[in-house]
Design a protein around this ligand. Structure first.
Ligand SMILES: Cc1ncc(C[n+]2csc(CCOP(=O)(O)OP(=O)(O)O)c2C)c(N)n1
Ligand SMILES: [Mg+2]
Length: 650
């Protein structure tokens, strides 16, 4: 033991977090009691993360992937001097508190990423580690090291059972991310009982097979052994997992059983815990020795590290002003690029090609842009610049994720949280694989970008497994997510540009596989409002067609023919319902006046989302068909003649 107050501090973390949970009558005491020694050693001996500025780019990251241990994290942040006071801890899981059920990024200082869905924290941490490698190799100078931080993760059995975590760890091994250390709270217990019921994996062999180093600590209460293992991990040239054998609920009368996983201790059990731990302080007090210990270790070391970073930054600013400016823009996602030489389109082209070309162009102006694909770069056409991110080219801004959609999306979130502009791509139908990562991005209010191609049954021959139908409805139902379905090359260009300039929500852009005409009617000022009048007949309209994406052009054609036949039909292009909903009531009424009730929505996808705007919908409510694209249009009635018929019937 390094300090005589270490045990007192560990037990303080235990009793504090268990008390929070008991008071809230809700929470997970098991992991808090079992893994308190692990985080104590990490914070007092290793982690550099100055509480006075929990956002400085050079800090080490600590990720609680086992987000159900939130009470432990809050207790730890409190004793470490972060902006969480005792009242906050006492309000654990209560309305409006800074200590919500699971850790929430942006809500509580010191929380690096929102966690709770198991596997997510670990996968996002891989993104943190990749970001550090990328930034270090691009911006560090021989005489000025700005990026040299570690990412530490605390995970449990459940995290490692998730496919997501395995995808991400496999990538971390491939990229030799030696700046990543996973602390595995190995207690052989999970929610439903002992882990052997569900797993018999050999974690050592499994991780070594993924090009990781594996270390083991036999006794999770052995602070010296934990410390030695972390020090060793930091010296190895691969990512490292340290399996630390712990006892879930250590000190509680029901320790070592799944009963202590997620059930608060009763008042009596809490008293028993204190007796068992030989801990004699009233509830919700921290002995001054513990505050002092954290101030002298974590506090002092972190402040020194922070000051050193600031000094280096000052030196860097003077010696390397260009790089400094670029980095400042990058880290603040504060791009002002004006005269971007973007491609102009006039002949038919697929929107997947357009987004790819525009993104590559933008990458020259937006230094933070790091794009990648789940083994579909040549289909989705999304590729970053500066080569592939790899062990011998960490400066690469294109990531080959392999067929690992879920990890890709969590890593994109990790890159974005690190100040980069993460972009992921794949087939739209497989967006379901990574939906929870998009969801976390939306919860965290971060501007991750996903570009999904092959966005409708127009995929054709590949058939139902490859034809998205209900994905648009599902994603449009997600709060704080901008789903954009551009209709032509112009809207596709604006969609990518728009995604570069927001900081508060993720964006999903869906693109066509097939070529689409460049439409005279699409316009920028309308596009940025989410929906706009795209075609207006020569006299007052009696009908409205609302559409987007690859379906807009046939609607325009139909409306023009209807006009010639005397049926006055307005066409509204609605590339983003999310943005349209933000507009004023006046604008919405202008585009979709209440008095025009004869409305038809047209989209090759589930009809469900459109009934908000139209009583008639031409959509697709089955899984699609395997047949050439030409026949698809006929089969589902996405033809001008059928659309005209539907309008005329109203
Ligand atoms: C993706 C996901 N599935 C299920 C849950 C619900 N859940 C929370 S903790 C947990 C048990 C995880 O076991 P382990 O990681 O060993 O945690 P311990 O019981 O040791 O605290 C489960 C199933 C979740 N949070 N996320
Ligand atoms: Mg466990």
């Amino acid at each position: 033991m390094k300090n005589k107050y270490d045990t007192l501090a560990v037990n303080t973390l235990r009793v504090l977090s268990a008390s929070m949970i008991t008071k809230a009558k809700s929470g997970h005491p098991g992991i808090c009691l079992g893994s308190a020694p692990i985080v104590h050693v990490l914070f007092t001996e290793f982690l550099n993360n100055y509480s006075g500025n929990s956002k400085w780019p050079g800090r080490d990251r600590f990720v609680l992937s086992a987000g159900h241990g939130s009470a432990l994290l809050y207790a730890l942040l409190h004793v470490s001097g972060f902006d969480l006071n005792m009242e906050d801890l006492m309000a654990f899981r209560q309305k409006g508190s800074r200590t919500p059920g699971h850790p929430e990024y942006g809500h509580t200082a010191g929380v690096e990423v929102t966690t709770g869905p198991l596997g997510q924290g670990l996968a996002t941490a891989v993104g943190f580690a990749m970001a550090e490698k990328n930034l270090a190799s691009r911006y560090n100078k021989p005489d000025a090291t700005l990026f040299d931080y570690k990412t530490y993760v605390l995970c449990g059995d459940g995290d490692l059972q998730e496919g997501l975590a395995m995808e991400a760890c496999s990538l971390a091994g491939n990229f030799k991310l030696d700046n990543l250390v996973v602390l595995f709270d190995s207690n052989d217990i999970q929610l439903d009982g002992p882990t052997y019921k569900a797993t018999s994996d050999n974690i050592k062999l499994k991780f070594e097979a993924m090009n990781w180093s594996y270390l083991k600590v036999e006794d999770g209460n052995d602070l010296v052994a934990i410390s030695k293992a972390i020090a060793k991990a930091n010296s190895l040239d691969k990512p490292t997992i340290i399996e630390i054998k712990t006892i879930i609920g250590y000190g509680a009368s029901n320790q070592g059983t799944s009963a202590v996983h997620g059930k608060p201790l009763t008042a009596e059990q809490l008293e028993e815990l204190k007796v068992n731990l030989d801990y004699h302080y009233p509830e919700f007090t921290v002995p001054s020795e513990v505050y002092d210990l954290y101030a002298q270790t974590f506090g002092k070391r972190s402040k020194a590290s922070y000051d050193k970073y600031q000094d280096t930054l000052q030196y860097y600013k003077e010696k390397y002003p260009n790089e400094y400016n670029e980095l400042t823009i990058l880290l603040n996602n504060n791009y002002q690029a004006k005269d971007i030489d973007l491609p102009i389109y006039d002949s038919p082209i697929s929107t997947r090609k357009v987004t790819g070309q525009v993104l590559s162009k933008l990458a020259e102006y937006y230094p933070g842009l790091v794009a990648g694909s789940a083994d579909l770069a040549s289909s989705c056409m999304i590729k970053g610049i500066a080569g592939d991110f790899a062990y011998d080219n960490y400066a690469g801004r294109n990531v080959c994720y392999g067929v690992r959609e879920h990890a890709m999306a969590s890593i994109v979130n990790g890159l974005t949280l690190s100040g980069l502009k993460g972009v992921g791509s794949g087939f739209f139908v497989f967006s379901d694989y990574l939906k929870d990562s998009i969801r976390l991005g939306a919860i965290m209010h971060i501007p991750s970008l996903f570009i999904f191609s092959h966005d409708s049954v127009c995929v054709g021959e590949d058939g139902p497994t490859h034809e998205p139908v209900e994905q648009l409805a599902g994603l449009r139902a997600m709060p704080n997510l901008n789903v954009v379905r551009p209709a032509d090359a112009k809207e596709a260009t604006w969609a990518v540009l728009g995604a570069m300039h927001n900081n508060t929500y993720p964006t999903v852009i869906t693109t066509s596989r097939q070529d689409l005409p460049v439409l005279a009617e699409t316009n920028y000022l309308g596009f940025i409002k989410g929906a706009y009048i795209c075609f207006e007949p020569k006299t007052e309209p009696t009908h409205i067609i609302i559409s987007c994406g690859s379906d807009l052009n046939i609607c325009l054609q139909a409306a023009k023919e209807l006009e010639a036949e005397g049926v006055m039909t307005r066409v509204v292009s609605m590339p983003s319902e999310f943005i349209f909903r933000m507009q004023t009531e006046e604008y919405k009424e202008l585009v979709l006046p209440h008095k025009i009730t004869k409305r038809l929505a047209v989209e090759m996808g589930s009809t469900q989302p459109w009934y908000r705007y139209a009583s008639n919908v031409l959509g697709i409510d089955d899984f699609g068909q395997s047949m050439p694209i030409k026949q698809i249009y006929e089969f589902y009635g996405f033809t001008t003649s059928h659309i005209k018929e539907l309008i005329e019937k109203m």
